[in-house]
Ligand binder design. Structure first.
Ligand SMILES: NC(=O)c1ccc[n+]([C@@H]2O[C@H](COP(=O)([O-])OP(=O)(O)OC[C@H]3O[C@@H](n4cnc5c(N)ncnc54)[C@H](OP(=O)(O)O)[C@@H]3O)[C@@H](O)[C@H]2O)c1
Length: 296
């Protein structure tokens, strides 16, 4: 099976590629936006790196040609001067969906987020919800996987956790009382692979979260314990952080915004964890923390 991965140089993408090439009968088309990104991908003869231009249908078709399944990962939480929710989370999704239709690709797997909704008042959740709708309406069988904070090599969540735990005195949004359901990146990789191999018709939407709910402040303490350091978790008032983020993001044209702060501090709650439905045996949180903090 040939699996095309967009945003292959994302943190999720690099972890996924390393997992996919362990499968005997899987080859990967790794779609990235610039040739510079080729060097960041895992090296393997099973990976064909290709540049993707989301604004040019013909080039997009060339890049994805030959794929049986498309895993659409490209997408952002933090906007920049050049990447916003409209072009990265919505327009890029629309472009790959249309390419998949033209090319007759058999399945699409779309990585979304817990809280995604096309009707959300939050611009990030709304953009991912619109992306989900584009995939659901494509007429191509597939799977939408909504994920929480992801922990694994190079993920923003793991990097932020290590930094917060190593600081001695750390100040987090609202004191970090919000509940998270951190998911091991290896578990997401299994879910994506199983979704590529699935045979069912239609598009199903799943919420896949880690096994243990935890307040972010407790997660920091556990990380510090593992690293053998002491940490005091203090508080930045959320209203103050939003005020500062509103000003600096307007001046900089991106970065931390009130929208991002609302996403980060949301309680990650789900109706039903899709681990069984996606064929995933969830990694205990303690093991995940050991893997991402103690292994180099
Ligand atoms: N990390 C998490 O905890 C988490 C949680 C929930 C959902 N997700 C979802 O998982 C996916 C991967 O996340 P990640 O954290 O691994 O991402 P990441 O490391 O931040 O990488 C972002 C990816 O999006 C691409 N991108 C940026 N702007 C774009 C644009 N305008 N058009 C098309 N592509 C663009 C980037 O390409 P360039 O390098 O060329 O800019 C890169 O490949 C995303 O869809 C995200 O919403 C992640």
């Amino acid at each position: 099976m040939k699996i095309a991965v967009t945003g292959a140089n994302s943190s999720v993408g690099k972890n996924l590629l390393a997992r996919l090439i362990e499968e005997d009968d899987v080859e990967v088309i790794a779609g990235v936006r610039s040739e510079k990104a080729f060097a960041t991908l895992p090296g393997s003869t099973k990976i064909t790196p290709r540049t993707i231009d989301y604004n040019d249908g013909a080039k997009l078709d060339q890049a994805l040609d030959g794929a049986d399944c498309l895993v659409h990962l490209a997408g952002i939480l933090i906007e920049t001067k050049h990447s916003n929710y409209a072009n990265s989370n919505v327009a890029a999704t629309a472009a790959v969906v249309m390419a998949a239709q033209r090319l007759g690709i058999s399945r699409i797997v779309f990585i979304s987020v817990i809280g995604a909704s096309a009707d959300s008042p939050n611009a990030y959740f709304r953009s991912k919800g619109i992306g989900e709708r584009l995939v659901a309406d494509a007429g191509i069988p597939g799977t939408v996987i909504r994920t929480p904070i992801l922990l694994g090599p190079g993920t923003a969540g793991a990097d932020a956790l290590r930094a917060a735990a190593s600081r001695g005195q750390t100040k987090v949004l609202g004191g970090g009382y919000y509940q998270q359901r951190p998911l091991d990146i290896d578990d997401l990789n299994e879910a994506i692979l199983n979704s590529c191999l699935a045979q069912d018709d239609g598009v199903s939407t799943h919420e896949l979260v880690g096994p243990e709910p935890t307040a972010y402040r407790d997660l920091i303490q556990r990380a510090a314990d593992l690293l053998g350091v002491k940490v005091e978790v203090g508080k930045v008032p959320i209203w103050l952080a939003k005020l500062g983020a509103g000003v600096t993001s307007t001046l900089k044209g991106g970065g931390m915004t009130p929208t991002v702060i609302d996403v980060i501090t949301m309680n990650e709650e789900v109706q039903q964890n899709a681990a069984d439905a996606l064929g995933v045996s969830l990694t205990p949180l303690q093991i995940t923390l050991e893997k991402c903090l103690l292994k180099t």
